[in-house]
Design a binder for this molecule. Structure first.
Ligand code: GLN
Length: 304
């Protein structure tokens, strides 16, 4: 039996004083205000024991990590029809890359790059009665925490500078792969990305992907087959053009966001979240990547 707390303490001690922590995202102006010294880790094993260190209870912007939760909701609502509109191949490109989308006739490579997540947002805008409120309720329900909320300043800040996402949405619309208005879909997308959670809440939100589709309260939200597919997409596409590197170094399905969070999981074993807002040049948390490499190396626990 691995002593998870000792391993987390060791990793924290080894990385806490690292001087190069990467750069906090500034293309969304509101995110630039976050202190790059924050560093926290939280782990929940499948039995429900938890282990934590550092700034695990400070909320941060989950950003692209929300794409997995929107995919889960859309998958549970419309099933395999999703794959008519978005593919499941790694893109090998940055999260906001556009030229492949044009080359491939408006079918995004996968649901975890921005264009793919915008298609998923479009599905939710069509399917949900009150899209933003219903999606927030879904995330609160998965996490069993009614305090989770959007950060409206972050959503507004991204809307002001979101030229690249407007370009993606317009391109999708021109290829007939967006049912709703560009503004309506992006309003939903910017809000989903602005959700704030701490490491504990994110770990709890992702518990179902390690627990065969059942959330913390043991309610089933996804079938085992759907969990297999979403974990496969996280493994191959969760880190954009660093997905291969994450599989190579860490060996777990996971997802990053430009707020500096990374969630990863080992099916039937545990879910873990690291947060350190400084990013590497691929837009993934600099310390988070290192912490998770150390974690799976020290514990010898990975899918491989
Ligand atoms: N909201 C961000 C964007 O669309 C999410 C990107 C990310 O976290 N990688 O640019």
């Amino acid at each position: 039996m691995v002593d998870f707390q000792a391993v987390l303490d060791e990793i924290y001690a080894e990385l806490q004083n690292t001087t190069d922590k990467g750069a906090v995202a500034s293309y969304i102006p509101e995110l630039a205000n976050v202190d790059s010294d924050n560093f926290g880790i939280y782990l929940n094993n499948i039995q429900g024991d938890d282990f934590y260190v550092g700034d695990w209870d400070t909320p941060f912007s989950i950003q692209s990590i929300s794409k997995v939760l929107s995919l889960a909701k859309a998958f549970s609502l419309v099933g395999n029809k999703i794959w008519d509109r978005v593919d499941v191949e790694p893109s090998g490109n940055p999260f906001n890359h556009l030229s492949l989308l044009e080359l491939e006739n408006g079918i995004p490579r996968n649901p975890l790059i921005n264009s793919g997540a915008i298609v998923i947002a479009d599905i939710l805008v069509s399917e949900l009665e009150n899209p933003k409120a219903d999606f927030l309720a879904y995330v609160r329900n998965l996490t069993n925490d009614q305090t989770i909320d959007f950060n409206l300043d972050v959503a507004a800040s991204e809307k002001e500078t979101g030229y690249n996402n407007y370009a993606a949405a317009n391109l999708l619309k021109s290829f007939d792969n967006l049912e709703n208005d560009v503004d309506e879909v992006l309003d939903f997308y910017f809000h989903q990305c602005s959700i704030e959670m701490d490491c504990q809440q994110l770990t709890n939100a992702f518990f179902l992907f390690a627990n065969r589709g059942k959330c913390m309260r043991n309610t089933a939200h996804l079938t085992l087959n759907q969990v297999k597919r979403i974990n496969g997409i996280m493994l191959t596409c969760g880190f954009y053009d660093e997905a291969g590197e994450f599989a190579f170094e860490v060996g777990l399905p996971g997802k990053s966001g430009v707020g500096g969070g990374i969630v990863a999981l080992l099916p039937n074993e545990f879910t873990i979240t690291c947060w350190s807002p400084g990013l590497n040049d691929k837009g993934n948390s600099y310390l988070g990547m290192m912490a998770l490499e150390k974690f799976t190396t020290k514990t010898k626990l990975s899918i491989f």
